[in-house]
Ligand binder design. Structure first.
Ligand code: UD1
Length: 419
């Protein structure tokens, strides 16, 4: 297993290109299952999660070709049982359920196992499929959805923690080929849902309202092939903004959609950074003094839970007392114990982290526990005194394309060591 060594204390300067969005690309690739014709998807990031999704699609019978960020998928004949060995490695595999159900009227995947960021149910996805007329059976660790026919319906996807992103994607992908009109209420409003809806509409679907809480889908008989470029990864972009904030210096992110990052820009400005945006770039630089802030991760357009760990790393060395809550995944605070190993002064009060800023973190061997927590540890290492050793870095490779090379190009000193 690779390790990452981060030599702390080097400022970041320069510019970096942001990759295509992982969370957009995953359901978009799965959506290619909805047609027999080829789909061409560009700006697909080179990540292990994407690799898993392409492997699942191949196992389901798709012809998959990939060349420098462009993936072509032809799903002429498909089978409807997703392979357990790969599905268990990535929770997002669950988003093949919707398109398989839409096209073949049945699908089986293994239930996502316990996940390190809390137990992550798929009850809302299944509630949506049932409303469309599918029977759901859970047997021997698998979930099977089966429908003689799919009929449009009005469905609320509101759960205890708000809506569901992949659940909205899944129901939308099943409903595009259902008979009649489907209304999804309390839909997730994330830009990745909009990107998927745009791709489905290019394939001939009739979807309106994506990006709002009510999505209306007029079912069609069939879909055709289409070409699509995935939107920029707003979480990778946010992570680089926080990296620059932590390390100091002036960094410009290129190929971003600044509008998608409003909820990340605001708290960064409040905590003492200047952010300048153009149509497709963002530049961050220090703005004098830094201040403690209060943050609550919420569904989009709120502050993203996927940026919560990275902000905790920044606030650990920001003077004053910051308070961070996660209302989407209340248990998502595994990074706190690791940051404390680096000297951070953080107490957990239920699902709230109370962070007493200190002047500098100290390097320590730490363990990456999930994707965003591992990014937070790399960022913490950028400012820490000494060399931070991060183990289990396969987590970071799930969601960040060459993060070490990109940070090094900005002036960081990060080594990847083969164990
Ligand atoms: C997606 C993102 C993930 C992000 C999350 C929240 C992908 C591949 N992953 O995950 O990076 O952190 O959105 O922005 O896009 N829930 C239920 N029942 C369900 C489904 C979800 O109770 O059936 C709960 C979850 O436990 C969680 C909340 O709803 O508390 C939001 O989860 P959800 O939006 O579904 O996350 P994902 O779509 O899995």
């Amino acid at each position: 297993m690779d390790k990452i060594l981060v030599h702390g204390g080097r400022p970041l300067n320069g510019h970096v290109k942001i990759s295509g969005s992982k969370n957009s690309a995953l359901p978009i690739l799965a959506a290619a299952l909805l047609t027999k014709e080829p789909c061409i998807i560009s700006r697909v990031p080179d990540l292990s999660d994407i690799h898993y999704m392409l492997t699942i699609l191949s196992e389901l019978g798709c012809e998959v070709e990939r060349a420098s960020g462009v993936v072509t998928i032809k799903a002429e004949n498909v089978i409807t049982d997703a392979p357990y060995d790969i599905v268990r490695k990535m929770r997002a595999s669950v988003c093949v359920l919707g398109p398989l159900l839409g096209r073949e009227k049945e699908a089986t995947v293994s239930l996502p196992g316990g996940c390190i960021i809390g137990d992550r149910p798929i009850d809302l996805h299944l509630r949506g499929f049932e409303a469309l007329g599918a029977a759901v059976r859970v047997q021997s660790g698998n979930v099977k959805v089966l429908a003689p026919e799919l009929r449009g319906a009005t469905i609320s996807l509101r759960g205890k923690f708000g809506s569901t992103v992949l659940g909205t994607d899944n129901v939308m992908m099943a409903a595009v080929l259902a008979e009649g009109t489907t209304v999804i209420d309390d839909a997730a409003e994330e830009p990745e849902v909009v990107d998927l809806a745009n791709f489905l509409n290019k394939m001939g679907a009739k979807i309106e309202g994506a990006g709002t809480r009510r999505i209306i889908i007029e079912g069609v008989k069939e879909l055709h092939g289409a070409e699509h470029e995935v939107i920029p990864d707003r979480i990778e972009a946010g992570t680089f903004l926080v990296a620059a904030a932590i390390a100091g210096g002036e960094v410009t992110l290129r190929r971003v959609i600044p509008d998608h990052l409003k909820a990340v820009i605001l708290p960064l400005e409040q905590s003492g950074y200047k952010i300048h945006s153009t149509a497709d770039s963002l530049t961050i630089s220090p703005n004098g003094s830094r201040s403690a802030i209060q943050l609550d991760a919420q569904p989009y357009p709120g502050f993203p839970t996927d940026m919560q760990a990275q902000m905790c790393a920044l606030l650990a060395t920001t003077d004053g007392v910051s308070v961070v809550t996660d209302s989407v995944f209340p248990q998502r605070f595994m990074h706190v114990a690791e940051l404390k190993r680096m000297g951070a002064n953080i107490e957990m009060q239920g699902s709230t982290a109370v962070i007493h800023g200190i002047s500098r973190l100290e390097a320590a061997p730490v363990m990456a526990s999930d994707l965003r927590a591992s990014a937070a540890l790399v960022l913490a290492g950028l400012t820490a005194e000494g060399v931070t050793e991060i183990n289990r870095v396969y987590h970071i490779d799930r969601g960040y394309e060459s993060i070490d090379e990109k940070l090094n190009s900005l002036g960081a000193e990060i080594e990847r060591v083969k164990a």
